[in-house]
Design a protein. Structure first.
Length: 502
């Protein structure tokens, strides 16, 4: 059976945030009404025009006795002129508990990564949450990411299977502690994607690559779903701490919810103009996590960060292999440091992550190296929040950065050196694993010191003397040789700042 849904006859409504559209309901016979039918299938077709709302809901009146919901969809992809966006349609599903922001009804999201999915009590497609199929109004959520000038014509086929439900498995989550080395520097990559969203790797493959990259911890960060949380326990070990999170992928930027409680779902269905992000940033913190705006100057549609940084705990300024948008993010972060110093307010630390999705994306390029009291969820997040960290392109690069005063004062990365404004300060960086790279020290006035290139061994040290009056903070950069004359070379590593003065 097929139903056509004309969007022109449907009214927009507001779900408490972004505008949304609800189509007419699709009804099915109950198992009692069709005792001999093992399955029932219905197809819905429609067209979405340009300017469609962010989310279009297709209600399904699910009867009792259903053991599985299977959804498949397609949409047209017409040719468009150069520079014009074509069609892209995301998909997910909410159960009878509702579609309001923050409701418990979320049952999965695959964005545009899959053309079909299923949900049962005992299992679900990666990206979706297994659980009971209760009678009531479910909603398929369609997300027209971009719509071509010709419109977006779609077809959704829903297949219900009737029968006895399976048993919902009890989720098992990774431990919050690994063996560790006590207070030490630990390497991590906190932005990774598996086949539980739009990645192509399994958790086992990612864990193996993380170990090979010399990582001590990772964080799961699937787009708009927490479905992977219950599938990582087998990959954790004494040598690898696995934190749980989500990449909250809105239309106005992405944020990594880093190290949240197991099973935490963070809603993403809002834009900056809806004034809802602060609520969900608080939710991330309430569940023990950090709020980390991701790739804030990325050029993909919807990736550029529009929510401001007032709710950020850390900002991801280096995302994957170093590119010009990372250079812009680094400069923007440095400007935020200057503003923090000038206003006397708290500063936001920086980090780097791989955002690896599939081969050949390298896991651990870059990686954040954090000083933590132990290899535990709490200690790692404390170190990241405090900015006791630096970012390196690989396990080969190690840094030791410090500042000292003439009376024995000492401070490390993310700390403050308490000296008088005119007291002499010595800043020192020790580097290994960066052959041919150049060390430079950056302050609130800009780059004030550049050392000669490191030898072929990749090891060396640089020292610079200054005062707190001259430099309110100092951070270090290790850069490769320039690719373009007159521009700085790509980063091999950089540190969070040391602040100078009382």
């Amino acid at each position: 059976m097929c139903e056509d849904h004309d969007i022109g006859r449907r009214a927009l409504f507001v779900t408490g945030a972004a505008a949304a559209l609800t189509l007419g309901s699709v009804s099915f016979a109950s198992a009692a009404d069709s005792p001999k039918a093992a399955q029932e299938k219905k197809t819905v077709r429609g067209t979405l025009p340009t300017g469609s709302p962010d989310f279009v809901y297709l209600p399904l009146e699910i009867p009792g006795g259903v053991s599985e919901i299977h959804v498949a969809y397609t949409y047209d992809k017409p040719a468009v002129p150069t520079g014009t966006q074509g069609n892209a349609l995301d998909i997910g599903i909410f159960d009878e508990r509702g579609t309001e922001l923050g409701d418990a009804g979320f049952r999965g999201w695959s964005g545009g990564a899959r053309g079909e999915f299923f949900v049962r009590a005992d299992d679900a497609t990666p990206g979706y949450i297994p659980g009971p199929i209760h009678e009531g109004t479910w909603n398929i959520a369609l997300g027209p990411y971009t719509v071509a000038p010709q419109g977006l014509t779609y077809e959704v086929t829903i297949t219900l299977t009737y029968g006895e439900p399976g048993e919902t498995p009890k989720p098992v989550y990774p431990p919050e502690r690994a063996k560790g080395r006590g207070r030490a520097w630990y390497r991590g990559d906190c932005h990774l994607h598996s086949w539980y969203s739009d990645g192509k790797r399994t958790p086992a493959e990612i864990a193996a690559l993380a170990r090979a990259a010399g990582l001590d911890f990772i964080n799961t960060s699937e787009h708009n779903t927490h479905s992977a949380h219950a599938h990582w326990a087998d990959q954790a070990g004494d040598d690898l701490l696995i934190l749980l999170g989500e990449e909250v992928t809105t239309r106005n930027g992405h944020v990594v919810a880093l190290g949240t409680d197991p099973g935490t779902f963070v809603d993403w269905r809002y834009r900056a103009r809806d004034n809802r992000f602060g609520k969900y940033a608080r939710e991330i913190r309430r569940t023990g996590g950090l709020v980390v705006p991701a790739h804030p100057h990325a050029t993909c549609i919807g990736c550029n960060w529009k929510f401001g940084f007032g709710d950020a705990d850390v900002v991801e300024v280096w995302n994957g292999p170093y590119t010009p948008d990372d250079e812009v993010a680094l400069a923007d972060w440095d400007s935020m440091l200057v503003a923090s110093v000038r206003a006397g307010r708290a500063w936001i630390p920086a980090m780097g992550n791989s955002d690896a999705h599939r081969d050949p994306d390298p896991v651990g390029t870059p990686q954040t190296v954090v000083l933590a009291d132990d290899l535990t969820r709490e200690a790692i997040l404390d170190g990241l929040r405090a900015g006791r960290s630096y970012v390196a392109e690989s396990k080969s690069v190690s840094l030791a950065f410090s500042a000292s005063g003439s009376r024995g004062e000492h401070a490390g990365i993310g700390e403050r050196l308490p000296v008088d404004s005119d007291a002499p300060v010595t800043v020192r960086l020790e580097v290994t694993g960066a052959p041919g790279c150049t060390v430079r020290f950056v302050t609130d006035q800009g780059v004030l010191f550049t050392a000669p290139a490191l030898p072929d061994s990749g090891s060396g040290a640089a020292e610079w003397r200054t005062t707190a009056a001259y430099a309110a903070y100092v951070r270090a950069e290790v850069r490769h040789a320039p690719v373009v004359a007159g521009l700085p070379g790509p980063l091999a590593a950089f540190t969070n700042p040391i602040f100078l003065g009382r």
